[in-house]
Design a protein around this ligand. Structure first.
Ligand SMILES: C[S@@+](CC[C@H](N)C(=O)[O-])C[C@H]1O[C@@H](n2cnc3c(N)ncnc32)[C@H](O)[C@@H]1O
Ligand SMILES: [Zn+2]
Length: 280
């Protein structure tokens, strides 16, 4: 097994059986609860809580995860990561839902030395990458829209960045006084790229839907973050191929178009960062 079992073993403080809520123990290559449920740990060190599910339930492909790793390493979303870290409590447990490569939670753990983390993603490719990204981060494969493999009232900070989430479950796992930070794209987000490459639009109702999907949690603050980045051809391709557009466009066509575009394309990064907490 990989070097990250320390983080996984520590995370048993907050992980719980999604089938019966009992605590989990690691016995060799599996996590087990007292009621006989078992969850295998992959060679790369992440346990799987996913139970079957169709192809649409497998999350990002290996290529999408590679594009995401490559794009995020360019630092264009660092300001989003900084804003998240600034909203973090100074100690306790942090969980990222649909955390992908673990970029945002790892940056938060870097900024807050007394915080420990679990990142959850339905894609095994993402779970694999995230299992190596930070010594205080455990990675688990699980569905963010199902019952979460986490104990009730155990998590001080929940992050949800550009991914699916379920308010009732987030509310259940949140510790008293805990915070939730949700990052959603605004209409202007990467608008220049979407126009130039005829990409998927951002649902206009996304903002309105957010508050509904987060119930019973209540919003406690909202910040808009908007700035312009300049992307080279490789970064343009990565930014397109790391998201849902990857399922709709032809990679070689995008590569040809990106190569024919000016040296660098300026595009707007525009997100809303909303914090939530339990209703009082
Ligand atoms: C747009 S990416 C965001 C990843 C990460 N938060 C970031 O911003 O870098 C969406 C992620 O959600 C994952 N995903 C999709 N459906 C999911 C589900 N039902 N449960 C958990 N993760 C899911 C995908 O595998 C992918 O990693
Ligand atoms: Zn169980």
């Amino acid at each position: 097994l990989g070097p990250d079992l320390d983080a996984l073993d520590r995370s048993l403080t907050v992980l719980a059986c999604p089938l019966c809520s009992a605590g989990l123990q690691r016995i060799e290559h599996a996590l087990r609860c007292a009621n006989g449920h078992a969850f295998d740990i992959a060679r790369q060190g992440y346990p799987s809580f996913t139970t079957g599910g169709g192809p649409h339930h497998q999350g990002d492909t290996a290529d999408m995860v590679a594009a995401r790793t490559s794009f995020l390493s360019g630092g264009h979303y660092e300001r989003i990561a900084d804003a998240i870290a600034a909203a973090s409590p100074r100690h306790g447990w942090c969980v990222e839902l649909a955390g992908g490569t673990g970029y945002y939670i790892a940056r938060t753990l870097d900024a807050v030395p007394d915080l420990e983390g679990v990142t959850l993603d339905v894609s095994k490719h993402a779970a694999r990458v995230a299992s190596r990204v930070h010594p205080r981060l455990a990675s688990v494969a699980a569905d963010a829209t199902a019952r979460l493999p986490l104990a009730s009232g155990s998590v001080d900070l929940v992050l949800s960045v550009f991914g699916p989430r379920r308010g009732d479950e987030v509310a259940r796992i949140l510790a008293p006084g805990g915070t939730v930070v949700v990052v959603t794209p605004r209409a202007a987000h990467l608008a220049q790229l979407r126009e130039r490459f005829a990409l998927l639009a951002i649902g206009a109702d996304k903002e309105a839907r957010l508050r509904t999907t987060m119930l019973p949690l209540v919003p406690t603050g909202e910040t808009e973050l908007e700035y312009v980045v300049s992307l080279g051809p490789r970064e343009v391709v990565d930014s397109i191929m790391m998201g849902p557009n990857a399922f709709h466009v032809d990679r070689s066509e995008i590569e040809t178009q990106a190569a024919a575009a000016p040296e660098a394309i300026e595009t707007t990064v525009s997100v809303t960062i909303t914090t939530f907490s339990a209703a009082t």
